[in-house]
Write a protein that binds this ligand. Structure first.
Ligand SMILES: Cc1cc2nc3c(=O)[nH]c(=O)nc-3n(C[C@H](O)[C@H](O)[C@H](O)COP(=O)(O)OP(=O)(O)OC[C@H]3O[C@@H](n4cnc5c(N)ncnc54)[C@H](O)[C@@H]3O)c2cc1C
Length: 442
């Protein structure tokens, strides 16, 4: 079995490591930071904010199983948020009696939809809820020659795709845009349509239909159990140890770190576009590096503060008008509340007026929550490269094997938006392909 090096101990790297080790390969994982989990982690140097996790995240849930933390994940029945004017409407996708049809029934009764639109919109919604997802199976992502390429995703616009599938305008505008915002951290029209619809269908087709926000939880679910779980699976962990260069050798690959050099048969690289420097030596990776240069990154900004005497309002509290923000309140052990306002999908080059934002945050939090007596200074967390985004016309990179080299980050073309699930699926696919690959000389 091959001797595999995995670069990056984020979600993709962890998924690749467990998959390859379960197939019997010898695996070494290199992580530059002093904690595992990458952008999904809450380590001593990183607090990645809230993460939406759903039961449609099958590959991510398999990773949690490998980490022994699956049962600790608490999720609620899934609803789909639809924005109409200043109001947010929740479609309950998990009705105990009507199941998926419940959303269609609610849609028909909604005063927000004009009378002539109601029936076609409801039929279309029920149809969408019952249509099998077009998600590529892991085998489709690996071609007959032994995992030479992930499938590429389409670049048709979302409105085109909705027209093609005969979704009425009401559904397109309300369901499409809002889902695109919440699932892709992007305005709908910028999302590669197949990626968006695959993700939407995956959620709709999900049998359990549970979802929830994990923030501090991810530290316990992902970061904390990882070192012991890797050891138990026989995976060697090199952490903190950044890979500074990768070079081809006669039979495989040489990885250089500040601690020395090591040789491997196969390398799986899971680095995000902005961390690909160690690969610059490798001529065949030019298309990957070019695609990385064409990707955009999106920012997430979280405003937090503690308040005393706040009404208990669990879950999302409302939507700030005109902004892509979600309010959260969370009770603390001392009886106070932590209030959060999360803005996601902002362009990483966008300038943010922090003072104005904070003023708005306090005013809105106090009126919305009837809060009094702020404790401590509000805290603004800025994640400038939270998610990778796609522009129409820019292809997500294919995973290619240049004799034993696999690329598998969250932004490789899995047919899903750049999420924990895309990272897990990409990692699993590359891990399986690498473990089953033929070793040229050993
Ligand atoms: C604030 C925030 C909110 C988010 N919200 C959601 C959400 O609600 N739902 C969702 O599904 N997704 C969400 N995401 C996206 C999700 O976190 C990412 O898609 C996923 O974690 C990416 O995993 P990855 O393994 O591909 O990349 P990364 O997590 O970036 O992993 C790469 C790893 O490589 C390491 N590394 C870098 N350079 C080197 C080197 N030279 N040598 C060795 N190691 C190196 C890094 O330290 C890192 O650990 C959010 C992200 C952020 C930041």
């Amino acid at each position: 079995m091959p001797d595999i090096a995995i670069i990056g101990g984020g979600v993709a790297g962890l998924a690749a490591a467990f998959t390859a080790a379960n197939e019997g390969a010898s695996v070494t994982l290199y992580e530059a930071a002093p904690f595992l989990g990458g952008r999904g982690a809450c380590g001593p140097q990183g607090d990645a904010g809230r993460h939406l996790v759903t039961t449609a995240y099958t590959a991510f849930l398999r990773l949690l199983e490998n980490l022994g933390s699956r049962d600790a994940l608490q999720l609620q029945p899934l609803s789909l948020g639809v924005l109409a004017g200043h109001r947010r409407l929740w479609w309950h996708l998990c009705h105990p009696v009507f199941g998926g049809s419940a959303a269609g029934i609610q849609f028909m009764a909604s005063p927000m939809i004009s009378l002539p639109q109601r029936i076609p919109a409801a039929i279309s919604l029920v149809h969408a809820l019952s249509t099998a997802p077009r998600e590529p199976a892991p085998d489709d992502l690996i071609d007959a020659n032994g995992s030479r390429g992930f499938a590429t995703t389409g670049e048709r616009s979302l409105p085109d795709l909705f027209r093609q599938t005969r979704r009425p305008g009401t559904l397109q505008r309300r369901l499409g845009l809002v889902s695109a915002r919440s699932m892709c951290n992007l305005p709908g029209e910028e999302v590669a349509a197949d990626v968006f619809l695959t993700a939407l269908w995956r959620i709709i087709d999900d049998k359990q239909k549970l979802a929830g926000w994990a923030r501090g939880d991810l530290a316990g679910l992902l970061t904390a159990p990882a070192p012991a779980a890797l050891e138990k699976a026989g995976i060697r962990l090199r952490m903190p140890e950044p890979v500074v260069s990768v070079r081809r050798t006669r039979c495989g690959w040489n990885l250089k770190t500040p601690n020395g050099n090591d040789n491997y048969d196969i390398v799986i690289c899971t680095l995000p576009p902005w961390s690909l420097r160690p690969l610059e030596q490798i001529g065949e990776l030019a298309p990957l590096l070019q695609a990385a240069g064409e990707m955009e990154s999106r920012r997430i900004v979280t405003l937090r503060a503690h308040y005393q005497r706040v009404e208990t309002l669990p879950g999302p509290l409302g939507e700030e008008e005109g902004e892509q923000g979600v309010w959260f309140s969370e009770s603390q052990p001392d009886g106070s509340f932590r209030v959060e306002y999360v803005l996601s999908g902002l362009d990483s080059t966008e300038l943010i007026d922090k003072e104005a934002l904070l003023k708005k945050f306090h005013a809105r939090a106090q009126s919305l929550l009837h809060a009094e007596g702020r404790i401590g200074a509000p805290d603004v967390r800025n994640y400038p490269r939270a998610t990778v985004s796609l522009k129409p016309g820019v292809k997500r990179p294919r995973l290619f094997q240049t004799r034993g080299f696999y690329y598998a980050g969250e932004w490789s073309a899995t047919g899903l938006p750049c999420t924990l699930e895309a990272a897990s699926l990409a990692g699993e696919t590359a891990g399986r392909a690498a473990a089953l690959a033929e070793v040229i000389c050993s």
